[in-house]
Structures are given as structure tokens and as C-alpha cells.
Design a protein around this ligand. Sequence first.
Ligand code: ATP
Length: 296
Amino acid sequence: MIAVESLRKTYGDFPAVVGSTFAVDRGEIFGVVGPNGAGKTTTLKMIAGLVDPTAGSATVAGFDASDPEMRRSLGFLPEESPLYEDMTARSYLHFFADLYDVPDDVATERIEDTLDRLELDHRDRRLGDVSKGMKRKVAIARSLVNDPDVLIYDEPASGLDPLTTNYVLEFVRELSDAGKTVLFSAHNLYHVESVCDRVAIMNQGEIVARGTVPEIREEYGTTDYRVFTSVALDDTEPAGDRYAVTVESMADVEEVRDRVTARGGEVVDIRTREPSLEEIFLELAETTGTGPRGES
Ligand code: ATP
């Protein structure tokens, strides 16, 4: 549904995006994460046909990003989406449905259905007078007026409270369950981890890791083992009525076992702790440097 090949954007001689390549399949949720200035917005805008790439190509639903026909298959949510403050949610969405030549009766049904699913009240209140969360929901509803197959959302939950954030992310999941393809960028790695099928981690304009979260974990993360023992060792700490030490490999676990046995005790429990995407991300940002202009 989305195919990106060696996509590159240079501003002057500054490389904002360096040769991104990835594909997003139908019905998939693909997350692009990275620190400020990593190149996420530039990548998304190139795919949405809003920024011309310096090199490489992007296609959406089989159309080149520069092909105006592509827009019919795409719903784009910009990071900042100022709305027409004097319009109401309903009138604003009908205005956009008109721009897409959606027949009135279809538009009414689609808009009311989307607003129901987003649980948006106050549909006839002036947009200048509604909350930030509601504005974001209206912007999301706007991305759906043309019933596109592909959605590109730049920081959909940015600046929202935790409840509304969860709401938006659950809605993204519903869209994908309904067969939509979703590409979105985010800062909050926890949410990306919980909602995305696959993830690309960007840093300094480059994709530094890509795959499902378990794949990324396997390639870039180290699993910790928390070993609980019945007797104290030099490196254990008290843990309730027993002792515990954290080690990084199974060989280390066996070494702890040997030492415990030598003291007449035993290993009573071993728990594995997988690194979160956040920990991997921080590690990768450290090894590759953060922010091309030191923005983060
Ligand atoms: P954020 O998380 O802060 O939104 P981002 O990952 O989306 O960051 P981009 O907005 O894509 O990053 O910017 C990538 C780099 O390109 C930044 O260093 C930015 O300053 C630079 N950049 C973006 N747009 C332009 C422009 N129009 N002219 C010059 N430089 C730009």
C-alpha cells in the first residue's frame, strides 16, 4: 500500500532524510519514531506528496506521491492542524467532503458515523470554542471524509492528555482492523509499541532499526535475567525473604547457580526482563548521536 525507495531530502546541503526504504502492507500499522529533527515529518510529507523528494520514490496505493490522483486514496493528518475556528465540526467536515466531491447523503452518513466512533459531542459548537482533544478528533475525522485506504498521521496524539491519547490510538487500531493502512509518527515509544505492527526508528535522517518490536528487541536489545537465590552472594541484594541479582546472559545465570550451590543454597527463581522499545531507542540514539543539529 505504501512503498518507499531510497527516499532522500536535502535542504541546501543539509541532509534531512537520507535514503529511507520501507513498505507498509494493507491493513498494517507502521510507526516511525525518533528524536526531534530525526526526519519523521519530512519523510511523511514526502510520502503524502507535500514535499518533493531530492531523490528516491514513494508510492501510495500504487500511485506516485507526486500524482494528484494519489490524494483520493490518502488521508493526511499534519502535526499541527489549525481548523477554521468559526465553523462547527459538522460544517467543517462537510466543507472538506465537498472538496472531495463526496455526494451530500454519503458525506452526512460518513461524517456522523466517524463522529459517533470518535464519541465527539458538541458537533454544532464553534471549533474555536472546543478543547484541544476535540480539535484533534475533528482533524482525524477530516482525514477520513474521502474514505481513503491509506492514512498518514503525523504525531496523532501530540499534546493530548493520556485518556484522549489512548482513545486516538485505539481508534487507529480500529481503522486498521477495518482494513485501512496506517503510517504514523510518534515520540511516545510506549504507545508505538502497543499499537504498531512494525516500527522504524529514525535518527539523524536515517532509519537505524526496523521491524516488529520483538524483532528489534532481538536484534538490538539485551534481555536481562533476574536470578533469585536462597542464600546471599557478594553481588546479590535482599529481595523479600530471598536474594536477587540481575545478569545479562544465560552463562551468567549458570555462574550464579554454581556460586549459590557452592554456598549450600539454590536458585529459586529466574525472571527474564525484555527491554522496552524506549530503552533500545535510547541506546540507538546514543550510539548514532541525537538530532542532526543537536535539537534534542
Ligand atoms: P520533530 O519530532 O521535531 O517534529 P522530525 O523528526 O519530524 O522532528 P523533521 O521535521 O522532518 O524532523 O526535520 C528534519 C530536519 O530537517 C530538521 O533538522 C529540520 O530542522 C530540517 N528541516 C525540516 N524542514 C526544513 C525546511 N523547510 N528547511 C530547512 N530545514 C528543514
